[in-house]
Every structure is written in structure tokens, then in C-alpha cells.
Write a new protein. Structure first.
Length: 205
């Protein structure tokens, strides 16, 4: 559950305010990559973004609220990639979903790679007790979406059992994404192919 003390304030609706909000997140993501979770501060973000502290505090109560917004933005963009993947392949049935797992892994990794400070955002979601709920909520959401898709396409497994199987595959997928961000010496093609083979369990019975 989001803490009221660190939760981001309401997302702005006016275009100019939205641009400032996104600027703050982009700057914060890049700063995370430079200085890490412990050193980053709201004053540092303001200086780099060219805004005053009161301007930042209109949207975020502290640096953890900024980090939470970064995590939620990354997870939301990954979820959008998942929805596009389901729409692209569900016409071929459950077999098409299973056989295109590598496509999903690559799509998710591309989203992560495009996000400023992605490695450090992911680390923050693991390291900070104030932020871990974001990662768990997102992984459960992805599991729900995939489970619903397999059931819709004819899986005969009880929902609870299917959910557990999918949840493990989801964790493997996200772990792969983080691993490729951190260990750049790995062959992406080989890693994607190997992970896809692990995840292509028969979930349509």
C-alpha cells in the first residue's frame, strides 16, 4: 500500500504542468543513474531541472515520492507493452501466446531500456521498503492479465493453479529484464531465447 507520507501528489492535468511533471521524472531518472538512490535529493533534481523547490513540491512531497512516480511510470509503460502483445497474438489462441513469449520479453526490455535511469529505478523498487509495493502490484497485475488471457483462450487449469504458474513466469521475465540491464556482457539473443524456452510451459490444458 502506498504511504500517504511518500505518495506522489495528484498528477497534473494542464499541459504545461504535465510537461514540468515529466521533466522532473526524466531528470530524476538520469540523476539516479549518476549518483544512486542514497545521494539523490529533491534539491539536486531541482537544480538540474532548472525549477524551484516549491515547483517540485507541488507534485512530490519528497524524493521517495519522485522515485515512486518513476517506478509507476516504468511499470505502466511495461504494462502497455503487455497489452499490445496480447492484442497482437491472442487471435492465434493460447499456442500463439506461448510461442511468442520471446517477443514479449524483448518488448518489455525495449521499454525498460528507453526509460531514464531504468537500472536504478528497478534497484529502488527492490531496495526500499517504501517502494517494494509498486513492483509487487505491477507483477500481480501482469499475472492477472496473462491468466485472464489464457483462460479466455481455453485453458482448463483451475485459475489458482494457472495463476501460480504464470506468476513464476512473470517473475522470471522481470528478473531477465533487470539482469540484461545490469550485466551488459550477456548475449541478449541467447538469453531471450533460453528464458523463453523456460517460460513456454503448457498453460492451455
Amino acid at each position: 500500500m502506498t504511504s500517504a507520507a511518500t505518495a506522489p501528489r495528484n498528477r497534473p492535468k494542464q499541459e504545461r504542468a504535465q510537461q514540468t511533471y515529466e521533466l522532473i521524472l526524466d531528470v530524476a531518472g538520469n540523476l539516479l543513474a549518476e549518483v544512486g538512490i542514497d545521494r539523490i535529493s529533491t534539491n539536486m533534481i531541482c537544480a538540474r531541472a532548472g525549477i524551484s523547490p516549491p515547483a517540485l513540491y507541488r507534485y512530490f512531497v519528497d524524493k521517495y515520492a519522485v522515485l515512486e512516480a518513476l517506478g509507476r511510470r516504468l511499470m505502466a509503460r511495461q504494462n502497455e507493452a503487455l497489452d499490445r502483445w496480447i492484442q497482437r497474438h491472442e487471435g492465434g489462441g493460447a499456442a500463439a501466446l506461448r510461442s511468442n513469449v520471446e517477443d514479449l520479453l524483448r518488448s518489455t526490455a525495449a521499454v525498460t531500456a528507453s526509460e531514464p535511469g531504468a537500472v536504478w529505478i528497478l534497484r529502488a523498487l527492490h531496495a526500499s521498503p517504501k517502494l517494494v509495493h509498486i513492483r509487487l502490484e505491477s507483477h500481480r497485475h501482469v499475472t492477472d492479465r496473462l491468466t485472464d488471457a489464457y483462460i479466455r483462450l481455453g485453458s482448463k487449469l483451475p485459475r489458482e493453479e494457472l495463476w501460480r504458474r504464470v506468476r513464476l513466469s512473470v517473475e522470471i521475465g522481470f528478473a531477465l529484464d533487470e539482469m540484461l540491464q545490469e550485466d551488459t556482457g550477456l548475449s541478449e539473443d541467447e538469453t531471450f531465447a533460453y528464458a523463453a524456452n523456460l517460460m513456454q510451459a503448457d498453460l492451455s490444458r
